[in-house]
Design a protein around this ligand. Sequence first.
Ligand code: ATP
Length: 228
Amino acid sequence: MSWFTRGRKHRPADPAARGLVRAHRAEVRLDREILLPETSFDLAAGRTLAVTGPNGAGKTTLLRVLAGLTRPTAGQVRVGGLAPDERSAGFRRAVAALIGMPALARNLTLGEHLRLVATSWGDDLEQAGRRADDLLDALGIDRLVNRFPHELSSGQTQLFTLALTLVRPCDVLLLDEPEQRLDPDRLDLVAGLLERLAHAGTTVVLASHSARLVDRIADDRLEIGTAS
Ligand SMILES: Nc1ncnc2c1ncn2[C@@H]1O[C@H](COP(=O)(O)OP(=O)(O)OP(=O)(O)O)[C@@H](O)[C@H]1O
């Protein structure tokens, strides 16, 4: 069993099970501004959906809606049958998201951040330490375990925030442009990790401008319309 499934239950991929993540005519408007044009999709458990489209098309807004950070002003969204709601413990348990920069503590090292999050989701200290080490290793930043967040390059920060998102269990993973600031080798490491998560049953929705990443990992694609 590999690091990301060890000791955790994951929903097995079932191509016949439709609709773990669904949007039906979901839209976000703010006054006259359209942040997300009307969008519908139906993503089965264990599949990876790549959301593409030009700058300003609404990709981040769609992820924010799925994460419960923004309410759709029209239409309906369901994740595991639940309306996205950050205040719901069941929803928080099901969904992990990396949308923008997460809050980081200046006085905690990378290893301490990862162990803190892993233990907060049920690992004991030994499991949390192993999981943190394995993740940092898989992302090629294991030698940075004792650094502080402000001592990282921008690409290293991107890898670390991915690790921080992946160190907790989830059924659904939402990622906004995980390729940002990564060189081709590190992008391949991230693609490999996401493939392994998908094979273990995690459902992934990612917004991306990287054809390399999308071609490698996407089962399904959703193109959001042209920016206004
Ligand atoms: N808080 C806000 N108030 C008003 N308009 C907003 C707000 N946030 C986003 N928008 C607008 O909503 C639209 C969609 O933005 P969004 O960030 O979802 O696009 P995106 O597809 O993720 O773009 P990019 O590829 O540049 O990251 C854009 O036109 C943006 O200017």
